[in-house]
Design a protein around this ligand. Structure first.
Ligand SMILES: Nc1nc2c(ncn2[C@@H]2O[C@H](COP(=O)(O)OP(=O)(O)O)[C@@H](O)[C@H]2O)c(=O)[nH]1
Ligand SMILES: [Mg+2]
Ligand SMILES: [Zn+2]
Length: 318
């Protein structure tokens, strides 16, 4: 493809694919990648963030250094949505992970490593709080048999009721891969989940050209180690984008007041307004239809447990 003639006075637009702090990688409208910096200070209204620009952002830029080929970012288009994590450096601040997402996908596995329902619930509620649809993937099904397979199927039903799309996958047997490809097609998806659950393996199995680095299971010992890594977007085709989030352990949550928490649990939301007390927080109040539903097995104990844990502001949800 012939490159556009570069006009030094013109403003161009592109999308952020990667950032490493002060530099941003921008995919231009002609499909090439340029490196850019920010001009001046950017304020994101109503949000205390440590980084002003996220992967997925649509930006405008001008040419800066002809010889170096670098550009200067001059504007950010309004975000359709975004996800954050807690800043590890600045308390009370969030770090933007990615923006303009069609869906957030959490990859989990029952073994090697085991993903807790508490972790899944926090992810799902976080995404829900930012209005982003979620897909829960239960990977490594080739390692499951008997009761464990039943557990995986039960978890699917739990998260179906929680308003998520669910899917059982294996990069070994190939289960669910076609369906997953369909789910990703034509969308911008954030791929998240603990290290070792198979995110890179899944992406590579679906899109062999990607060639993401996978890691040996023995590397799990590294899990607790603090490594600073960055989200990175990959373009699969004209309309399909995947955002890999290595090292991001947990999403942050939009400001949710305790009185609103049940709204972000769809299976509870359906019952709101039916409790005896109009301001019922579904903890121990008499005449609570949510507690009734938990006792009757219509709402999963694990989900209710996560609800209580998030209501109490419990920070050890792993
Ligand atoms: N048995 C089994 N192992 C898998 C599967 N998917 C990935 N793995 C293995 O799990 C390990 C971690 O995979 P990787 O893709 O690097 O995980 P990531 O950290 O989430 O990107 C590697 O050794 C993979 O070969 C699967 O479906 N079944
Ligand atoms: Mg990986
Ligand atoms: Zn109640």
């Amino acid at each position: 493809m012939k490159e556009q003639t570069k006009d030094i006075s013109a403003t161009y637009s592109g999308r952020i694919f990667k950032s490493t702090g002060s530099w941003y990688w921008i995919k231009t409208e002609t499909g090439s990648i340029v490196r850019g910096r920010l001009r001046g200070k950017f304020k994101v209204s109503g949000l205390k963030v440590t980084n002003p620009i996220a992967v997925g952002d649509q930006v405008t830029y001008i040419l800066e250094d002809e010889a170096e080929g670098t550009v200067m970012i001059t504007g950010i288009s309004d975000r359709i949505n975004y996800l954050v994590r807690k800043s590890v450096h600045k308390t009370g601040h969030a770090h933007l992970i990615a923006s303009n997402l069609d869906q957030a996908i959490v990859v989990t596995s029952l073994f090697m490593p085991r993903t807790s329902t508490g972790f899944i619930d926090r992810f799902v509620v976080s995404a829900e709080s930012f209005g982003i649809p979620t897909v829960v993937i239960f990977n490594k099904t080739d390692l499951l048999e008997g009761e464990d397979l039943d557990v995986a199927k039960w978890l699917c039903s739990v998260y179906d009721k929680a308003g998520c799309r669910t899917i059982l996958t294996s990069t070994v047997s190939g289960q669910g891969l076609e369906e997953l490809k369909e789910i990703l097609s034509g969308k911008t998806s954030l791929l998240s989940g603990h290290s070792g659950v198979g995110k890179s393996s899944l992406a590579n199995a679906l899109f062999p050209g990607l060639d993401l680095r996978t890691q040996e299971v023995s590397d799990f010992a590294e899990k607790g180690k603090h490594t600073t890594t960055f989200a990175e977007m990959f373009q699969i085709d004209e309309q399909t984008y995947l955002i890999d989030t290595p090292g991001i352990k947990e999403l942050g949550i939009a400001e949710i007041d305790n009185t609103e928490m049940a709204h972000f649990f769809p299976e509870m939301r359906a019952l709101l307004g039916q409790c005896r007390f109009h301001n019922c927080q579904h903890i121990n109040e008499p005449g609570c239809v949510v507690i009734d539903a938990v006792n009757a097995g219509r709402i999963a104990q694990t989900r209710y447990h996560s609800y209580l844990s998030m209501m109490s502001g419990d920070d050890n949800r792993r």
